[in-house]
Design a protein around this ligand. Sequence first.
Ligand SMILES: C[S@@+](CC[C@H](N)C(=O)[O-])C[C@H]1O[C@@H](n2cnc3c(N)ncnc32)[C@H](O)[C@@H]1O
Length: 661
Amino acid sequence: MKKIVLNDSESRSADVVSENLEHLKVLFPEAFTEGKVDFDVLKQLLGGSVDYREERYGLNWFGKRQARQLALTPSTGTLRPCPEDSVDWDTTQNLMIEGDNLEVLKLLQKSYAGKVKLIYIDPPYNRDGDVIYPDDYTNSVKNYQMLTGQIDSDGRKLTSASEASGRFHTDWMSMMLPRLRVARTLLRKDGTIFVSIDDAEIAHVRLMMDEVFGPENFIAELIWEGANKNDARQIGVCHEYVVVYARKRESVERNWWLNKEGVEPVLKEVARLKKLHGTDYGSASEDLAGWFRANKAKPAFVNRRFRNIDDRGAYKEDDPTAPGGRRFELRNPRTGSIIPLRQNRGWSFDQDQFNRLVEEGRITFVTETSVMVRRYLHETDKLTPSSVFYQPARSASERLSRLMGSGVFDYPKDETILQKFIQMSSGEDPSALVMDFFAGSGTTGHAIQVQNALDGATRRYILVQLPELLDASNKDQKAAAEFCDKLGRPRNIAELSKERLRRAAKKISDENPKYTGDLGFRVFRLDTSNIRTWEPDRNDLDGSLLENIDHIKSDRSEKDILYEVLLKLGLDLCVPMETRTIAGKSVHSIGAGTLISCLEKNITRDEVELLAGGIADWHDELAPAGDSAVVFRDSAFEDDLTKSNLAAILGQRGLRNVRSL
Ligand SMILES: C[S@@+](CC[C@H](N)C(=O)[O-])C[C@H]1O[C@@H](n2cnc3c(N)ncnc32)[C@H](O)[C@@H]1O
């Protein structure tokens, strides 16, 4: 039975360097000598593609090398489950993770590499007052705990970036680069990333994204027009950007589309009227016209020209000619007479298409020589997204204030716009996984909840948010800090994200009592690994030795350990878990037998046969498709013989991947 210790690959997040080396070895086996890369050989093999010039095109800054390295360093932390903060823990497929996003992304790598369809992020824009997370290259989890007030801060605090430090862009870029690099590995081949940003860093974002994703994977730079600014010195800048890249552009769906505004309610009303009036389309059309008049203030009103109903649905009568159309002698296929064309106009179809439309009853002959074409709402309900759009920032703030109270979270993104990003980029995939690792108030989660409720899809989300402390003595954070106090929760931004998700879910349930979609989320919290590192107390060596007999930390629960194993084995954090009592011990099956674990503290010689047999029986019953792992607590065994007996019995029953922690 192999014991997993802190430096084993099973106890760490993905080791990207080793994986890269393996890829390289497959491509260039000659470039490896005794396991190391021989760069001279590699350069020869790459021929003319190597750039030897000192001055070359690219984005550079002090600290870039270290930032790049940071993306490759595995995390030694873990994610601890928090069922008490979660909603529908047992059934939900959504995740809300509290922690520094770089550590969290690294921890998620094994489980979610190549699985995320859409990443949306809205990082700090690096404006005055924005806090830029200062990564620590030596002990990142401890650094995180200090910065979020979980352990003594040692004077370390999250402070805002200041242009005066002279490293204004440098710090921001060093923070962003490793996060984008790790994020890329999580994207599916047909996945895309949307990054919100403004003028302060747009130039750097474009270059950095070109470097990380490749310029060939650039999709668009969207212009989001928000509010007009009258206080600008020269030009009132009233827009920001959303930069869109693909993991692999050629794999992304060719046609992105959005539902046209206000179409859904009209289609619903038409269905209702057809049920009510049957084939009496005259009465149904009359009622539809009345319905439009009663809904003048609603988005559906823009579709008011589609006020006629026939057996196909709602339609409008349209002029089939347009300037620049096809000019030819169109004939009425029934009479053979020529239908005259107005000056400077042409037909929108050719003769064959026209004949087909007549046959299908889609042409109305106003007179024998004057025609109209029926255009149906359900056939024109999609449009290609545009690179420029307008949505004032104020409306999202007002909606969030109504949900959470005024001043609790300033400048949230607009969930209706995020719904559009989600729709356009994951439209064909009803269960797409969407991620936002600068979650803030949780707008992306809210957008998924609303969009799923609207179109019945089962998209999932993963949000990551720093529990950034809120200071009641800071006027900008006072309302948020008091909001947390009122909830009886710690004062930090992750609490706001969770509460928004809860409230948004409740609103959806209240408004759609019959909706049974997933409105829950599992909360996890970044922490140090459950496995102890050997850090002896010099003044109490005996005590340290005794403590390390069990190398699982004493304050960690069985659930903590289970989820660490799950993560390190690369399983989904939402896989179902089942518990049974076998030989008086709690045994857990995770992912229908993919992982079986028993983390009881004592297993005696006498219990081994019954326990191993029971586990093997359960495994047979579950019959998982792939290989299964079985995990025990190393210190639980009465002696080495007990341990090896257990492994031997399991091995005989086909369970050979047996580990201890
Ligand atoms: C501009 S806000 C995002 C707002 C969000 N889009 C919304 O609509 O509410 C950026 C968020 O990223 C968080 N953040 C900054 N550094 C982080 C880090 N290293 N890990 C996780 N979150 C971080 C900040 O606390 C802040 O709430």
